[in-house]
Design a binder for this molecule. Structure first.
Ligand code: UFG
Length: 343
């Protein structure tokens, strides 16, 4: 019997790549998504890549009655992977309640529906943003968390605290929280990738859209940070590596290999690249010049973030395989396909 996994937000960027990895590992997947920041076409593309169609239910996770009902249909599911969330940092600063309402109600309703239907395992999609501006690098899971700079980030921190409290009173319940560093890249087929709503906040989609002529110029937010070239350093990680980590975390849950009811793992490569290094790498991978300009710092950016990857390696047996040039070339391939096919 195949294990059944409910994937909330499975039509989104990281969700869709994880659905593919799950299906390739012979899991049966049920996607729950409200399509607020994704497209139903993704389902056909997943089918094309994997040869199977995942089950899909359109559901707004803020609606407890509906969520409860849907979970009732899938009470034989073995676990939930919870991706569904709004994720635009700057929008969250403008509309904090939208973020607290959506991201926290969605998690709470998912947890209530899991408990009522006896689905005891959850993997939560968290973020390195919970470390704030870290005192020491590389960041290990033992680094203190700090209040994140944005309401979006704070929803991730509060969500982890909710999980902490829930496992305390639910002896059967197990959770793994995965703290992503900077996911970029796309599936090697060029069929699945990141499709930001409106003007991208993040560096890589902004770069590829600029190179594709959708945006005029990339603004580099500050070159006066205490780093080698003055631009901030991040730990960019290929989304397919990230997806594979979810499969291993899931197997750990299902095989009951956990050492505590809530485990936390960083998912990064351990390598840090500056914004200018990413631009140079993009130019050398694609052979084209990128139009960019140095401008002032962006509020809330920290100088340096990169992960210690030791714990994920030791406990999950996972480490990232794909290098920066592969992340960039797959992002670029996806961007070019997107312009040709979807627009
Ligand atoms: N950057 C630019 N110009 C842009 C966009 C980004 O110079 O147009 C720079 C930023 O200043 C930063 C770097 O590129 O130095 C990376 O920025 P991203 O927005 O791509 O990523 P962040 O590190 O700011 O944010 C990411 C995730 C968030 C998460 C955060 C946690 O997108 O979801 O990491 O650290 F909260």
């Amino acid at each position: 019997m195949k294990h059944k996994i409910i994937v909330t937000g499975g039509c989104g960027y990281i969700g869709s790549h994880t659905v593919i990895a799950l299906m390739e590992n012979d899991f049966e997947v049920i996607i729950l998504d409200d399509l607020s920041n994704s497209n139903e076409q993704i389902l056909d593309r997943i089918t094309k890549i994997t040869g199977r169609k995942p089950e899909f239910v359109k559901v707004d996770l803020k609606d407890l009655d509906h969520v409860h009902n849907v979970f009732g249909h899938f009470r034989d599911a073995d676990a939930v992977i919870h991706f569904a969330a709004h994720k635009a940092v700057s929008e969250s600063v403008q509309e904090p309640l939208k973020y607290y309402q959506n991201n926290l109600y969605s998690l709470i309703n998912t947890l209530i529906s899991q408990q009522e239907n006896g689905i005891h395992n959850i993997i939560f999609s968290s973020s390195a943003t919970v470390y704030g501006n870290p005192d020491t690098l590389p960041i290990t899971e033992k680094n203190k968390t700090q209040r994140p700079f944005s309401p979006y980030g704070n929803t991730k921190k509060i969500a982890e605290e909710i999980l902490e409290d829930v496992v305390l009173v639910s002896p059967d319940f197990s959770a793994i929280s995965l703290r992503y560093f900077n996911p970029i890249g796309a599936h090697e087929s060029g069929q699945i990738g990141e499709f930001p709503n409106g003007i991208p906040n993040n560096l890589m989609p902004y770069i590829t859209q600029t190179a594709a002529g959708v945006r005029e110029k990339l603004m580099v937010f500050g070159n006066d940070y205490p780093t080698k070239d003055g631009t901030p350093i991040r730990d960019y990680i290929h989304v397919v590596d990230l997806a594979e980590a979810h499969v291993l975390a899931l197997k750990r849950l299902l095989n009951k290999e956990q050492e505590s009811q809530l485990e936390i793992f960083n998912l990064g490569t351990g390598d840090g690249y500056s914004v200018l290094e990413v631009i140079q790498s993009f130019e050398s991978v694609t052979g084209s010049k990128l139009n960019f300009e140095i401008t002032g710092r962006r509020d809330g950016d920290v100088p340096k973030l990169f992960a210690s990857t030791d714990l994920a390696k030791e406990k999950l047996g996972w480490s990232a395989n794909r290098k920066l040039d592969e992340m960039i070339s797959s992002s670029w391939k996806w961007e070019q396909n997107l312009r040709e096919e979807l627009i």
